[in-house]
Design a binder for this molecule. Sequence first.
Ligand code: SF4
Length: 99
Amino acid sequence: MATAETAVRVEDKLFTNRYLVDVGRPHIKVKPHTQPSEALVALTRICPAGCYAVADNGQVEVTPDGCMECGTCRVVAEATGDIEWNYPRGGFGVLFKFG
Ligand code: SF4
């Protein structure tokens, strides 16, 4: 069992990944809204890559740079109509590094 001294932080693990941004073509979009739904607010806490945040105007925004395509936000918020989710185009998106 990992102790506080031996535990590896998620941020340190994610740092080993690389991400190729498809400029101007984000693969996840938040639908326009004035008040964020509960599902959208939940995404600001559950996305392991921290791609969702509440902006100064109170709306939830997504910055999919760094998205690892885990699909969590898709499961939580696509069916509610809060987000539009697609895989990145071929050659773009996360590049996992192993070892
Ligand atoms: S697919 Fe996963 S990593 Fe990517 S934005 Fe959604 S919750 Fe975050």
